[in-house]
Design a protein around this ligand. Structure first.
Ligand SMILES: Nc1ncnc2c1ncn2[C@@H]1O[C@H](COP(=O)(O)OP(=O)(O)O)[C@@H](O)[C@H]1O
Ligand SMILES: [Mg+2]
Length: 131
Protein backbone atom coordinates (compact mmCIF):
# COMPACT_ATOMS: atom_id res chain seq x y z
CA UNK A 1 0.00 0.00 0.00
CA UNK A 2 1.14 3.55 -0.61
CA UNK A 3 1.72 6.24 2.03
CA UNK A 4 -1.37 8.15 0.89
CA UNK A 5 -3.55 5.02 1.07
CA UNK A 6 -2.48 4.21 4.60
CA UNK A 7 -2.68 7.81 5.85
CA UNK A 8 -6.38 7.89 4.95
CA UNK A 9 -6.96 4.74 7.02
CA UNK A 10 -5.38 5.87 10.30
CA UNK A 11 -6.26 8.44 12.97
CA UNK A 12 -4.48 11.79 12.93
CA UNK A 13 -2.61 11.31 16.21
CA UNK A 14 -0.73 8.27 17.53
CA UNK A 15 -2.07 6.51 20.64
CA UNK A 16 1.39 5.25 21.66
CA UNK A 17 5.02 6.07 20.91
CA UNK A 18 8.19 3.98 20.92
CA UNK A 19 11.72 4.95 20.05
CA UNK A 20 11.55 3.90 16.41
CA UNK A 21 7.82 3.97 15.70
CA UNK A 22 4.54 5.63 16.58
CA UNK A 23 1.38 3.52 16.80
CA UNK A 24 -1.93 4.64 15.25
CA UNK A 25 -5.45 3.27 15.51
CA UNK A 26 -7.23 2.48 12.26
CA UNK A 27 -10.46 4.36 11.63
CA UNK A 28 -12.43 1.37 10.38
CA UNK A 29 -10.76 -1.64 11.98
CA UNK A 30 -10.38 -1.93 15.75
CA UNK A 31 -8.55 -5.25 15.37
CA UNK A 32 -5.48 -3.73 13.75
CA UNK A 33 -3.03 -0.89 14.39
CA UNK A 34 -0.43 0.81 12.21
CA UNK A 35 3.18 1.40 13.20
CA UNK A 36 4.70 4.38 11.45
CA UNK A 37 8.48 4.54 11.38
CA UNK A 38 9.90 7.83 12.65
CA UNK A 39 13.44 7.01 11.56
CA UNK A 40 14.98 7.54 8.13
CA UNK A 41 15.57 3.82 7.54
CA UNK A 42 12.49 1.82 8.41
CA UNK A 43 14.57 -0.92 9.99
CA UNK A 44 12.19 -2.04 12.75
CA UNK A 45 9.22 -2.38 10.43
CA UNK A 46 11.28 -4.28 7.85
CA UNK A 47 12.68 -6.57 10.52
CA UNK A 48 9.32 -7.30 12.13
CA UNK A 49 7.80 -8.05 8.75
CA UNK A 50 10.73 -10.28 7.76
CA UNK A 51 10.57 -12.23 11.01
CA UNK A 52 6.81 -12.59 10.68
CA UNK A 53 7.19 -14.03 7.15
CA UNK A 54 10.04 -16.25 8.34
CA UNK A 55 7.88 -17.66 11.14
CA UNK A 56 5.46 -19.23 8.68
CA UNK A 57 7.06 -22.70 8.70
CA UNK A 58 7.01 -22.67 12.51
CA UNK A 59 3.41 -23.08 13.68
CA UNK A 60 4.54 -22.96 17.31
CA UNK A 61 5.21 -19.23 16.81
CA UNK A 62 1.65 -18.51 15.68
CA UNK A 63 0.53 -17.64 19.21
CA UNK A 64 3.85 -16.09 20.22
CA UNK A 65 4.32 -13.32 17.64
CA UNK A 66 1.82 -10.57 16.86
CA UNK A 67 0.45 -11.09 13.35
CA UNK A 68 1.69 -8.62 10.74
CA UNK A 69 -0.81 -7.94 7.98
CA UNK A 70 0.94 -5.60 5.57
CA UNK A 71 4.16 -3.62 5.06
CA UNK A 72 3.95 -0.49 2.91
CA UNK A 73 6.14 -0.22 -0.17
CA UNK A 74 8.84 1.83 1.59
CA UNK A 75 8.56 0.09 4.95
CA UNK A 76 7.37 3.28 6.63
CA UNK A 77 4.07 1.69 7.71
CA UNK A 78 3.37 -1.73 9.16
CA UNK A 79 -0.17 -2.96 9.80
CA UNK A 80 -0.32 -5.37 12.76
CA UNK A 81 -3.01 -7.06 14.80
CA UNK A 82 -3.99 -5.02 17.86
CA UNK A 83 -2.54 -6.41 21.08
CA UNK A 84 -3.60 -4.57 24.23
CA UNK A 85 -1.30 -3.66 27.13
CA UNK A 86 -0.71 -6.41 29.65
CA UNK A 87 -0.94 -6.08 33.44
CA UNK A 88 1.21 -7.56 36.19
CA UNK A 89 -1.29 -10.40 36.65
CA UNK A 90 -0.73 -11.38 33.01
CA UNK A 91 3.00 -11.96 33.35
CA UNK A 92 2.47 -15.60 34.30
CA UNK A 93 0.73 -16.16 30.96
CA UNK A 94 3.81 -15.20 28.94
CA UNK A 95 5.09 -18.27 27.11
CA UNK A 96 8.68 -19.15 26.35
CA UNK A 97 10.01 -16.55 23.96
CA UNK A 98 12.37 -17.34 21.04
CA UNK A 99 16.08 -17.20 21.96
CA UNK A 100 16.65 -14.32 19.54
CA UNK A 101 14.10 -12.12 21.31
CA UNK A 102 16.02 -9.87 23.67
CA UNK A 103 13.70 -6.91 24.30
CA UNK A 104 11.67 -8.57 27.05
CA UNK A 105 10.09 -5.56 28.75
CA UNK A 106 6.36 -5.69 29.58
CA UNK A 107 5.43 -3.15 26.89
CA UNK A 108 6.88 -5.49 24.25
CA UNK A 109 4.00 -7.88 24.98
CA UNK A 110 0.32 -7.48 24.29
CA UNK A 111 -2.79 -9.56 24.76
CA UNK A 112 -5.73 -10.61 22.71
CA UNK A 113 -8.45 -13.01 23.86
CA UNK A 114 -6.37 -14.11 26.83
CA UNK A 115 -3.33 -14.96 24.70
CA UNK A 116 -0.13 -13.00 25.29
CA UNK A 117 2.02 -12.32 22.23
CA UNK A 118 5.14 -10.32 21.43
CA UNK A 119 4.06 -7.08 19.76
CA UNK A 120 7.48 -5.42 19.44
CA UNK A 121 10.05 -7.68 17.82
CA UNK A 122 11.75 -5.01 15.74
CA UNK A 123 15.05 -5.43 17.62
CA UNK A 124 16.62 -8.87 17.94
CA UNK A 125 19.85 -10.74 18.57
CA UNK A 126 21.00 -11.45 15.04
CA UNK A 127 23.62 -13.93 16.17
CA UNK A 128 20.87 -16.07 17.72
CA UNK A 129 18.69 -15.70 14.67
CA UNK A 130 21.30 -16.79 12.16
CA UNK A 131 22.91 -19.67 14.05
N1 LIG B 1 0.30 -4.64 18.05
C1 LIG B 1 0.10 -3.60 18.88
N2 LIG B 1 -1.12 -3.33 19.38
C2 LIG B 1 -1.34 -2.27 20.20
N3 LIG B 1 -0.38 -1.40 20.56
C3 LIG B 1 0.86 -1.61 20.08
C4 LIG B 1 1.17 -2.71 19.22
N4 LIG B 1 2.49 -2.66 18.91
C5 LIG B 1 2.97 -1.59 19.55
N5 LIG B 1 2.01 -0.95 20.26
C6 LIG B 1 2.17 0.27 21.09
O1 LIG B 1 3.00 1.18 20.39
C7 LIG B 1 4.19 1.45 21.12
C8 LIG B 1 5.36 1.58 20.14
O2 LIG B 1 5.48 0.39 19.38
P1 LIG B 1 6.81 -0.50 19.44
O3 LIG B 1 6.56 -1.74 18.67
O4 LIG B 1 7.24 -0.66 20.85
O5 LIG B 1 7.81 0.43 18.62
P2 LIG B 1 9.37 0.73 18.81
O6 LIG B 1 10.05 -0.12 17.80
O7 LIG B 1 9.51 2.19 18.54
O8 LIG B 1 9.76 0.35 20.21
C9 LIG B 1 4.31 0.26 22.10
O9 LIG B 1 5.03 0.60 23.25
C10 LIG B 1 2.86 -0.03 22.41
O10 LIG B 1 2.35 0.87 23.39
MG1 LIG C 1 9.15 -0.66 21.79
Amino acid sequence: MSKADIETLIEAEPFAKGTARHAYRMKSDTNAIVKKSIQPRNYSNFLEWTIWLGSEPHPQLENVLGRCHCLSVTGEYLIMERLDDIEKSDYRLIRDVPAWFNDTKPSAFGKRNGVIKIRDYGMVHFAELLN
